[in-house]
Ligand binder design. Structure first.
Ligand SMILES: [Zn+2]
Length: 422
């Protein structure tokens, strides 16, 4: 298995050479580099005995049939588009590792079909709209979405046609097989938790929800030399007191993170008392009630900080995304697989969004993280350690083999539905 892990790492680095911008890894949705990446991935998929096709949303899909013609389907997935100046492993690791699993299982009859999807446009770089490929397979694409434009004014519909695809066929060629009974994404963690815990892999229980707000603190600008301290209405001093309260509050509530990431001070001059401050607040927690409670508490704290200095505070919610729980049964099976190998994966939540959160409301979905050295991602130096990749390979292989065993012995029952693919 060690050599398989080395091969996975080498293949990810090979894929990273396929780029739209020489000298870095930048692979955008429906670009020339994406076509070349599809070509290479298709070769690897065929080596694993998969039937390969591109659906009309631009997702590359490889599949193999199970022993039962109307049996269930296991889905493996991640994405192959990148951010600009990306590293080699974000997204690609999950796709390349899944191909390796299917190579290892090449000659083994399984009681379920397996489909591997290499999603397109998860990052949303080209059309400023993430999760395009996974939205397409769950039917969450509208006609107006096809009219979204990139920076050059080209619509998604036109870009799909240029790639040789047919947008009108999306409802026919994209949907997940109706028989999908379990779905698994493998992805790098993109954070420091596994490194901190000294764990090679982690099982994700939830992709955490987030609330974004904007605040304005309105005091009074005046001369910095002539206005005594007790007669000031300093908006920045009030905001600064509140920012430290945000940090204190989040630090004292387990798993809560809160960030003031953007601040604008007016008039922003050396010799003028700040009259207006505008800032943003990003709050994340997997439990929506905890997140809502934190939001209300921090709004009240802002009002109190303002009141002490006669500064008017107003807030507005910019957007809110609920938490998405991973399927507890499939997640438990993944944990059991890692435990059987003598190294139980730790459980953590994901602070970043993934295709898994788009699929989870539709099919039982699990997400496995591989440690990110230094917590680094979206950066050319993003990397993985070979033994960690090996741990992920062994865990996923054991997970798939145990699923097969449990289906064969009737320990798990899944609905016998016919496949929806044409
Ligand atoms: Zn990713």
């Amino acid at each position: 298995m060690q050599s398989k892990a080395a091969e996975v790492v080498a293949r990810c680095r090979q894929l990273a050479q396929i780029t739209d911008v020489p000298g870095e890894t930048t692979r955008l949705f429906l670009s020339k580099a994406t076509r070349d990446a599809h070509k290479l991935l298709s070769q690897w998929m065929r080596t694993a005995n998969l039937n390969v096709r591109t659906d009309d949303a631009g997702n590359l899909r490889g599949s193999r049939n199970g022993t039962r013609p109307t049996g269930p389907t296991l889905l493996l997935f991640s994405h192959i588009d990148t951010v600009p100046k990306a590293g080699p492993f974000d997204g690609c690791l999950g796709v390349v590792l899944s191909i390796a699993i299917l190579e290892l299982l090449r000659d083994k009859p399984l009681p379920f079909s397996i489909e591997l999807i290499a999603f397109s446009e998860e990052e949303g770089v080209r059309f400023s709209w993430p999760f395009w490929g996974s939205r397409a397979v769950v039917g969450d694409i509208s006609a107006s979405d096809l009219e979204r434009r990139d920076r050059d004014g080209e619509t998604i519909a036109s870009a799909l046609r240029d790639f040789g695809l047919s947008p009108s066929r999306i409802p026919r060629t994209c949907p997940l097989p109706q028989s999908t009974f379990a779905a698994l994404e493998v992805h790098i963690e993109q954070g420091p938790v596994l490194e901190h815990e000294d764990q090679p892999i982690g099982v994700v229980d939830a992709i955490i929800g987030q609330t974004h707000l904007e605040f304005s603190f309105e005091g009074k600008s005046n001369h910095a030399g002539t206005t005594p301290m007790k007669l000031r209405r300093d908006a920045l001093a009030a905001a600064a007191e509140w920012i430290t309260e945000v940090e204190r509050y989040a630090s004292s509530h387990k798993s809560l993170v809160a960030t003031v990431g953007s601040i604008q001070v007016l008039p922003n001059a050396t010799n003028v008392i700040p009259g207006v401050v505008r800032l943003t607040l990003d709050i994340r927690h997997k439990d929506s009630r905890t997140r809502h409670r934190a939001t209300n508490s921090l709004i009240q704290a802002a009002l109190a900080c303002g009141m002490r200095r006669a500064v008017l505070v107003q807030s507005a919610t910019l957007d809110e995304h609920p938490s998405v729980l991973m399927d507890p049964t499939i997640t438990q099976k993944l944990l059991e697989a890692s435990s059987l190998l003598g190294a139980p994966a730790c459980i953590l939540s994901s602070g970043a969004g993934h295709d898994a959160m788009i699929l989870a409301p539709h099919v039982p979905t699990a997400l496995l993280f591989v440690r990110s050295p230094d917590g680094l991602s979206h950066h050319p130096d993003e990397t993985v350690r070979e033994p960690d990749v090996e741990a992920a390979l062994r865990t996923v292989l054991t997970f798939v083999e145990r699923l097969a065993h449990e289906l064969n012995t009737g320990q798990i029952l899944v609905a016998q539905t016919s496949r929806s693919q044409p």
